[in-house]
Every structure is written in structure tokens, then in C-alpha cells.
Write a protein that binds this ligand. Sequence first.
Ligand code: GTP
Length: 243
Amino acid sequence: MQKPKYKRVVLKLSGEALAGDKGYGIEHTTISSIARQIIEIVGKGTQVAIVVGGGNIWRGVAGSQRGMDRATADYMGMLATVINALALQDALENIGMDTRVMSAIEMKEICEPYIRRRAIRHLEKGRVVIFAAGTGNPYFSTDTTAALRSAEIEAEVILMAKKVDGVYDSDPINNPDAIKFNYLDYIEVLNKGLAVMDSTAASLCMDNKIPIIVFNLTEEGNILKAVMGENIGTYVGRQEHAQ
Ligand code: GTP
């Protein structure tokens, strides 16, 4: 059996990724498809931690743009990620995958608190760990959570699931002539203001040398391809490490 390229990964799922075509809430067939793809890579021997967003339920930034207090709006977003984490846990456990949800904001009746060494232990035991409630702080995105948790658990790569197949020089949905990048250095993401992730997250990845693979989640089998080291989507990192 071909061995996976990565032994420990963080999969970053946006909240919208769980919504399917509806754009809102959680779609059963979509979340089931994601769960199947995750089980496939765990079966190859890769340890998987997931950071999930909450934008399918509530967007902190949008709330604050409408005049809400930013910190309050962000806390609502963090709670939305917990809803998504529980839905993912349910979808994974339905198909026999052991999971542990760990929240950055303590809510012991619902899930475990985030404890770094315990998260690593769960991964070593072959459980999928789902990180909920972002970093527990307002003003930080779930992209930043993915970067932070990756550094903490020493993940080798962040698999950044999107609805498009990589990073483009302009929005490929609105501009049919948009050009896709196969490789990008972190500094290009920052300098060009590319919409891969926010600048806090990109800087954290750059400083800690965590590569990011941006790929299309809607094509089933892509998570496996990324983990096996196939050249899909856009690789963000240092040139010498590019695929
Ligand atoms: P091991 O120590 O490796 O056996 O890990 P474990 O997670 O199986 O052991 P533990 O006895 O800590 O947990 C048993 C179950 O309780 C698991 O489903 C955990 O997710 C859950 N659990 C553990 N701590 C908490 C907590 O603080 N809150 C909630 N809600 N569940 C918890």
C-alpha cells in the first residue's frame, strides 16, 4: 500500500463547506461525503485534526458590519463552530470513526476542553480531533485557529478546503480569465493580498513554516490526493518544499 506523504494534518473546513448548495445550515449529504473522505485518509494512517468555521450559521464580521459589538459578534461565531463540530462528530461516528471534540471555550457538558497534550494523545490513538470555538478569542479567525493548532500539535500541513480548486489572481467565479497559481510563497500571499486566508493566519504559517494546500473539497477524493502528495490545488509554502 502506498504510504501517505503526511502523517499528521489539520483539515480546515469553512462553515460554508458543510452547507452544500444551500449556502446556509448543515446539509446531510455534504457532511456525510466529507466524513467518508476523512475516514479514507485515517485508514491510510494519517492523523487528522479538523478546524471548522461557523460562517454557515453566523459570521462575526458581518454582524459587526451591521453595527454589533465586534467581540459579541465573534463570540456568536465561535458558538456556531461548536454546532458544526458536533454535527461533524455525529457524521463521523455514524460511520464508525472515533472522534473527540475539543473546545477552546470550556463547555464541559458538551465536549472536552482543549488541552494540547491530550489532543495529541487522541490523534496518536487514531481518533479524529475536532477543534471547536476557534482560538477562544474574538478578532481571530478560524483560519488563524488552523495555523495556531497546526503549530501546537506539529501538523505537517494545513489542508485548506475550498469550493474552488486553488488560489487565483482574481475571483474565478466572477472572472473566467482568472489565473490559478500552482505554487505561492507566503510572502506573495501577504503582499498580493490573496484571499487564501487572512494575514494573521498567513503570517503565523510563514513564521512556523507550516505549508498550506488549498484545494477543492467538492470533488470527492481530493483530501486523499492531497494527503498522498498528489499535485492538486495550490501549494503555499517555501519554494524548496513545493511539491
Ligand atoms: P483515553 O484517556 O485515551 O481513554 O481517552 P478518552 O477520551 O476515551 O477518555 P476519557 O475517559 O477522558 O473520555 C471518555 C469520553 O468522555 C469521551 O467520549 C470524551 O470525549 C468524553 N469527555 C472527556 N472529557 C470530557 C469533558 O470535559 N466534557 C465532555 N462533555 N465530555 C468529555
